[in-house]
Ligand binder design. Structure first.
Ligand SMILES: C[S@@+](CC[C@H](N)C(=O)[O-])C[C@H]1O[C@@H](n2cnc3c(N)ncnc32)[C@H](O)[C@@H]1O
Length: 249
């Protein structure tokens, strides 16, 4: 018995000594990767990109509001078939939709019509100038179910679990902080809500768009793997763009 008391105290002492390191390791495993470590910066890079890389691809420059007319070019109908895109999204009357990176509202106004007056489209932009153009266009067209939202490069400023479908047409590849943006967008989706990436096909050299402004399906799916999203389908019905659809788990 006399021998057992010191060995019991010794074991307890050793356990107390080891405890902080065990707790630290558990904390490390649970700690999210810091935002700064998610990105790599390279001096040599594509002039159309910002020199910041995420999971191996370079992030593109944001399209400035000075080029807003390009978004309203008449030949866009033929090149992108917006009505075909809107049809395959199978939106319902009354849905709450977010058009992230809405630009001049080319897709916003089509979404607004599709979900009817009892639905709502949040038109999210980081450029106030784009939102001003969009707001004037909606007023001119007597569209009243669009709410313009000024977001930031990390947060679209949407309420949690409020959105049925998030649409990004030709936008995701420009996100300065793609990880933070997707994290916020996923939180804004209702359970089962969908997030849709429409990106010019990076796999196809015949698509006449600068390389950093295109994305491959593989890259989009790789980047979404870190989030509570399940891939639903990739539709190849548009002339130049992928439609890549995920659902919030
Ligand atoms: C190429 S334009 C596409 C506009 C619109 N989706 C269309 O197809 O007509 C990309 C837009 O995304 C916006 N954008 C870029 N990063 C954004 C972010 N983090 N949040 C919201 N909008 C963003 C830009 O300001 C720009 O107006």
């Amino acid at each position: 018995m006399q021998n057992k008391i010191p060995s019991f105290i010794l074991s307890l002492w050793l356990l107390l000594l080891a405890l902080p390191s065990v707790l630290c390791r558990a904390e490390d495993a649970a700690a999210p990767e810091p935002e700064s470590q998610r990105y790599e910066f390279r001096e040599k890079h594509d002039p159309d990109g910002i020199g910041k890389f995420y999971q191996g691809r370079e992030i593109a420059h944001v399209m400035g509001h000075q080029a807003a007319d390009w978004l309203e070019r008449p030949e866009r109908e033929e090149e992108e078939k917006p009505s075909l895109l809107l049809d395959v999204l199978k939106l319902k009357r009354g849905d709450a939709v977010a058009d992230i990176g809405a630009g001049t509202g080319y897709y916003t106004r089509r979404l607004a019509e599709k979900i009817s007056t009892n639905g709502v489209v949040y038109a999210v932009e980081i450029q106030q100038e784009m939102l001003d153009i969009l707001t004037n266009k909606m007023a001119g067209l007597q569209i009243h179910n669009v709410k313009p939202v000024l977001g930031t490069i990390t947060d679209p400023h949407l309420s949690p679990a409020s959105i049925d479908l998030i649409l990004m047409v030709d936008v995701y590849h420009e996100f300065d902080h793609p990880h933070a943006m997707v994290e916020s967008m996923v939180k804004a989706l209702k359970p089962g809500g969908r997030i849709v990436f429409v990106e010019f096909r990076g796999e196809d050299p015949k698509v006449p768009i600068k390389p950093v402004h295109k994305m491959t399906e593989k890259q989009v799916r790789k980047e979404m793997a870190a989030f509570p999203l399940e891939w639903v389908e990739t539709l190849e019905v548009l002339p130049l763009q992928h439609i890549i659809i995920f659902r919030r788990k």
